[in-house]
Ligand binder design. Structure first.
Ligand code: ATP
Length: 359
C-alpha cells in the first residue's frame, strides 16, 4: 500500500537557529494520487518532503505508509524514489551506470539490471544515450536520467523536489507533460514540490497550499481556483493575482470603503461587518453586466502578453491598481479613462479574519 497519512506532523529544527518549520500537518494522500505542494519560499515544502523520505526526523506526530507507521524507518526501508532540482547524477558514470547504480547496491542480478535499465530508458526515450556521461547531455536529458534512476527501483512513492526549475521554459512544458504521462502509466503515488503555479494546476490531482508551516487549503486545482478558502490562497494561486477591495457587508450587500459614494452592491453572500471582496483580473468585464458594480478608472499601465492584455487601472476603490485581464491585443492610451464591471457571481467574499464566506 502506498497511501500516505500525516497525523499532526511537526518539525522543529533544533540547535542555535531553532525553528518550528512544520506545524500540526494533517493530510491524507491516496494510493496512486499525484499531489503537488505549493507555497512561498520557506513555507516548509521541502521539509515535508524530506520527512517522507526519511532524510529529516519527525519532531512530533505520526507518518503512515498504508497502515504502517514509518517515523523510525531508514530512508532505504521506505521504498522512495526521489528526483531533485540538481539532478545529482554521478559525473564519472555513464547514463547506464547511473541508472543501474541503485539496483547494483541492492545486489540484483546483471540480467535483471540490464532488463530494467533498458526498459525504463525506452519509456523515457533515452535508450540511445546510455553510453554517454552526464556532461554530454542536455538539461532535459539529464533530468530524464535522474527520473529514470528513480523509476528503475520501482519505488512505492515518488518525491519530486522542484525537478524542472533548472530547465528553460519550453523544456519545462515538455517535461511537465512527460512526467504527467509517466504518472498515468505507472500510477505511483507522487508528491511534487514546486513554485510554479502552472505546474501545480496542470499536474496535480490534489494541491496542498502551505504557508508558514501550516496547510492553508487542500483541494483539486479547480477547487483551489474557484473556491479559495482564504485571502492567502486567493492571492497566492492565480496569475495575475486576485484583486482585493475593502468593503463593509450588510447581509447580501457590500459597500466599498473607498470611493463609490457609499453605494451598496448586491452579492451572493450573507455577511455583516468589515470584509474583503475579491475578484480575479480575468473575471472583470469591459461591458455593462446586470447587477455588476461599475468602476471608473484611469489606465496606469498596459502589459501585453500576446494572448491577453493586462490593464492596471487607478481607481478610487483600492489603493493598489485594479488589474483587468482582457483577451487578445488591446492598446488603450495610458492616462485614458475606462469603465469596468465586476459581476457579483464572479466575486469572492472574505471575513475580517480573511476566511472565505460561503455562498
Ligand atoms: P523553498 O521554496 O525556498 O525551497 P521550502 O518551502 O521548501 O522553501 P523549507 O526548506 O522546508 O522551505 O524550510 C522551511 C523553513 O525551515 C524555512 O524557514 C527555513 O529557513 C527553515 N529551515 C530549514 N532547514 C533548517 C535548519 N537546518 N535549521 C533551521 N531552520 C531551517
Amino acid at each position: 500500500m502506498s497511501s500516505i497519512e500525516f497525523v499532526k506532523i511537526d518539525k522543529v529544527y533544533k540547535g542555535l537557529n531553532q525553528f518550528h518549520a512544520v506545524k500540526g500537518v494533517d493530510l491524507s494522500i491516496r494510493d496512486g494520487e499525484f499531489v503537488v505542494f505549493v507555497g512561498p519560499s520557506g513555507c516548509g515544502k521541502s521539509t515535508l518532503l524530506r520527512m517522507i523520505a526519511g532524510l529529516e526526523d519527525i519532531s512530533g506526530g505520526d507518518l503512515y505508509f498504508g497502515q504502517k507507521r514509518v517515523n523510525d524507518l531508514t530512508p532505504k526501508e521506505r521504498g522512495i524514489g526521489m528526483v531533485f532540482q540538481s539532478y545529482a547524477l554521478y559525473p564519472h558514470m555513464s547514463v547506464y551506470d547511473n541508472m543501474a547504480f541503485g539496483l547494483t547496491l541492492e545486489k540484483k542480478s546483471g540480467q535483471t539490471i540490464d532488463q530494467k535499465v533498458r526498459e525504463v530508458a525506452g519509456i523515457l526515450q533515452i535508450d540511445h544515450l546510455l553510453e554517454r556521461k552526464p556532461k554530454e547531455l542536455s538539461g532535459g536529458q539529464r533530468q530524464r536520467v535522474a527520473i529514470g534512476r528513480a523509476i528503475v527501483r520501482q519505488p512505492n512513492v515518488f518525491l519530486f523536489d522542484e525537478p524542472l526549475s533548472n530547465l528553460d521554459a519550453s523544456l519545462r512544458v515538455q517535461m511537465r507533460i512527460e512526467i504527467s504521462k509517466l504518472h498515468q502509466k505507472l500510477k505511483t503515488t507522487s508528491i511534487y514540490v514546486t513554485h510554479d503555479q502552472v505546474e501545480a494546476m496542470t499536474m496535480a490531482d490534489k494541491i496542498v497550499v502551505l504557508s508558514q508551516g501550516r496547510i492553508m487549503q487542500v483541494g483539486s486545482p479547480l477547487d483551489i481556483y474557484n473556491t479559495p478558502a482564504n485571502t492567502f490562497v486567493a492571492g497566492f494561486m492565480g496569475s495575475p493575482t486576485m484583486n482585493f477591495i475593502n468593503v463593509q457587508a450588510e447581509d447580501d450587500h457590500v459597500s466599498p470603503d473607498r470611493g463609490n459614494g457609499g453605494q451598496f452592491f448586491q452579492v451572493p453572500f450573507q455577511h455583516r461587518g468589515a470584509a474583503t471582496l475579491g475578484i480575479r483580473p480575468e473575471h472583470i468585464e469591459l461591458s455593462p453586466q446586470p447587477g455588476a458594480l461599475a468602476v471608473d478608472g484611469e489606465i496606469a499601465v498596459v502589459e501585453h502578453l500576446g494572448n491577453e492584455t493586462l490593464l492596471y487601472l487607478s481607481t478610487e476603490l483600492c489603493e493598489q491598481p485594479l488589474v483587468v485581464a482582457v483577451q487578445g491585443e488591446q492598446s488603450p492610451e495610458i492616462g485614458s479613462r475606462l469603465s469596468v464591471y465586476l459581476p457579483p457571481q464572479r466575486c469572492h467574499l472574505f471575513d475580517a479574519n480573511g476566511d472565505a464566506v460561503e455562498r
